[in-house]
Design a protein around this ligand. Structure first.
Ligand code: ADP
Length: 687
């Protein structure tokens, strides 16, 4: 086996490859771009070398520099991962010229499958079924239109050099052909430096089913079953599963046989994927062959128990495949979801920014996380916005789906927009559970998957506000300790124990479906209760809206985490609630029962401490004056009750913040006041 290999990639796939190397005691060399200098793959590798600035052309695509580093470090082989140089025949050739093993297929196989047209030609000769259409070299618009008409609309135009869903146009009718062709060619030229296209019949309800194949240099070729990758957005996979559900056994068998036939047709070596469209009429058609390890390979690993990176290393070293066809078995069901920094509401537009808080579920036999991102990492415009892959396995599809839903609900991520809620909606979708799969699933289920977000209920608002109250209190205790003035009344932590009503107001807002909800929340600690109790009054649109009484305790999590991540335990009406709250600046995200709610803190005020001492006693909420205990010019002691207000069927006393004189009482019993109105003019004694 190799002693040392170089990994010409970054992110989750680089980390994934290093894990296998560590297990096999193979030393690893990482390469990185400037912004990746502290990335996980750099830390995990035994050695790491800088390639250049962020843009891929100046870093991860620098073939010569990568080969130089391999030579300098004594790496015997290069694993290209997926993307970047993984299907670059020139790079494979250069590696061979320098006596470095390229962990992938032969240069000829990469070239043969690099063009969708050439691949179709080879497969047609080998008797592999193709979608009807045209993949010839004559590229005039007239010829292509003729072929499209022959094929019958709708047709799909595809860049022959295309990949990653780019350079594809659906043409519904003849009138649209010309403009679709120009746009397809433009995109192909700019993305792939080639504007050749092919024409295919556009299948209306297909599933994407692919076969994992493996071949060694000693003439063995096997398949490791199929994966269903029908769940796609913009022709790109987001959820994959193995085995493909509700696939007739004869089809499953034929797909495996045909994939091996396809691999043998090009004397394939290494890991490869033969992709098919499985049409609603029960026919399947070859689409293309990917000559690398796929993003979704973990679902195959979960059902077979094999490590495909280990297989790649063995094959590249010239060993036999570890197993023959009949020794490869599959059990249970696995799903993979791709967690992206993107906004599903904005047509899945990538989102960038710093990951402020990141917590994954625990990994075990059933749950696996492949990621190259850790808390504090930046998602930039330069690289793929995939944050992680969550892979789950269980004995059957339903059990695995339940696991997927639970595991998704356990992921906490703050800092960038993600598709987590969207993935969760799919994992809980009835049609998905019933295996109604097709590549149009997302369009068809649109209304269920993009359902309106729900606003925070009063419990959520109460929990967040009490958390903020406790946090302020904690800070004032710390401040007080720092001042070393334990007798300062302004630093008292347990305000309500003084028998005074100290209340804090938090103005929060949340943005839902482009609308902003504003809430004003009053937290009033209750002096009488045995436990630390809080009444929280929620005011929406200037009207008392709800009232929640809770007792709460908080636990700051592991001090090593960079974000303020706190567990809040609370009792609301005898219900014990444990929620996790993450605060980053003024964004507060609460995680509860797999749902999360993010609110923005607009301002805060501790009324007793700040406003009232300033001679103004203000109404903490809209309500009615029900009792006035003082008159103009009365002298009062600190803590004396001055008046009582009623709001939300609750009484609130307004007390003297210090010894002093009442200079004016502005209202009479029975009068209504709005929030923030000055009730009493008060003048504290000069000490
Ligand atoms: P790429 O190489 O860019 O990934 P593919 O040829 O693999 O492109 O196709 C990507 C996806 O586009 C498929 O998984 C499928 O959803 C859709 N697609 C491709 N060809 C057809 C077709 N003839 N009819 C309907 N959908 C298609």
């Amino acid at each position: 086996m190799f002693d040392k290999i170089l990994i010409a990639n970054r992110g989750e796939i680089a980390c994934r490859i290093i894990k296998t190397c560590n297990r096999l005691s193979i030393k690893t060399v990482a390469v990185y771009s400037e912004p990746d200098q502290d990335a996980l793959h750099v830390k995990m590798a035994d050695e790491a070398y800088l390639l250049g600035p962020a843009p891929v052309k100046e870093s991860y695509l620098k073939a010569d520099k990568i080969i130089q580093i391999a030579k300098k470090t004594g790496a015997q082989a290069i694993h290209p991962g997926y993307g970047f140089l993984s299907e670059n025949a020139d790079f494979a050739q250069k590696c061979a010229a320098e006596n470095i093993v390229f962990i992938g297929p032969s240069v000829e196989a990469i070239i043969a499958m690099g063009s969708k047209s050439a691949a179709k030609e080879i497969m047609q000769k080998a008797g592999v079924p193709l979608v009807t259409g045209y993949h010839g070299t004559e590229q005039s618009e007239q010829k292509l239109l003729e072929e499209a008409e022959k094929t019958g609309f709708p047709v799909l135009l595809k860049a022959t050099a295309g990949g990653g869903g780019k350079g594809m146009r659906i043409v519904q009718k003849q009138q649209d052909f010309s403009s679709a062709l120009s746009s397809c060619k433009r995109e192909s030229l700019s993305s792939f430096n080639d504007d050749q296209v092919l024409v295919e019949k556009y299948l209306v309800q297909p599933r994407h089913v692919e076969i994992q194949i493996f071949a060694d240099t000693n003439g063995h070729c096997v398949h490791l079953f199929e994966r269903d990758c029908s769940l796609q957005r913009r022709h790109q996979k987001i959820i994959e599963e193995a085995p493909a559900p509700s696939l007739p056994d004869n089809i499953r068998k034929s797909l495996g046989e045909v994939a091996i036939k396809a691999a043998k047709a090009i004397e394939y070596v290494g890991a490869g994927t033969v992709e098919f469209l499985y049409d609603s009429d029960g026919q399947f058609y070859f689409m293309e062959m990917n000559t690398r390890l796929q993003v979704e390979h973990p679902v195959t690993e979960m059902i077979t128990g094999e490590d495909l990176v280990e297989w790649q290393l063995l094959v590249a070293y010239g060993e036999n495949l570890p197993k023959s066809q009949h020794e490869i078995t599959a059990s249970g069901h696995a799903f993979e979801v791709r967690i992206y920094a993107e906004d599903p509401e904005q047509d899945f537009f990538p989102s960038t920014g710093k990951i402020r808080h990141l917590q994954f579920p625990a990994q075990n036999l059933y749950t696996r996380i492949d990621s190259g991102i850790v808390e504090s990492d930046e998602i930039s415009i330069y690289y793929d916005p995939m944050i992680a892959k969550l892979i789950v396995w269980d004995k059957d599809r339903n059990s695995a789906l339940r696991r997927l839903s639970v595991a998704l609900s356990q992921i906490q991520l703050v800092g960038v927009k993600t598709n987590l809620a969207f993935l969760a909606a799919i994992s809980n979708n009835l049609a998905f559970a019933q295996c109604k799969l097709s590549t149009h699933f997302i369009e068809q289920q649109h209304d269920h998957l993009f359902s309106q977000q729900v606003s925070s209920n009063s419990e959520i608002l109460a929990l967040i506000s009490v958390y903020l109250f406790l946090q302020n209190q904690h800070q004032s205790t710390l401040k007080n300790q720092a001042r070393q003035d334990p007798f300062s009344p302004w630093g008292i932590a347990n305000l309500w124990r003084n028998g005074e009503v100290a209340f804090s107001r938090f103005n929060l807002s949340e943005t839902l479906n482009d609308l902003i909800n504003h809430y004003s929340i009053l937290v009033t600690p209750q002096p009488a209760a045995e436990q630390e109790q809080f009444k929280t009054i929620i005011i929406k649109n200037d009207q008392p809206f709800a009232e929640v009484v809770l007792s709460a305790e908080t636990h700051q999590n592991d001090a090593s985490t960079t974000s303020a991540n706190t567990l809040l335990f609370a009792n609301i009406a005898e219900k014990r609630i444990c929620s996790n709250i993450v605060r980053t600046d003024n964004e507060i995200t609460l995680y509860l029962h797999g749902e999360n709610f993010t609110l923005h803190l607009e301002e805060t005020s501790d009324h007793l401490l700040e406003d009232n001492v300033d001679n103004n006693l203000l109404a903490p909420m809209p309500g009615t004056i029900i009792q006035i205990s003082v008159h103009k010019n009365d002298h009062v002691q600190k803590g004396d009750k001055l008046l009582i207000m009623e709001a939300m069927k609750m009484e609130h006393s307004i007390s003297a913040p210090a010894d002093g004189t009442i200079e004016e009482v502005f209202f009479n019993v029975g009068e209504q006041v709005t929030e923030g109105t000055e009730l009493v003019k008060f003048c504290a004694d000069k000490s």
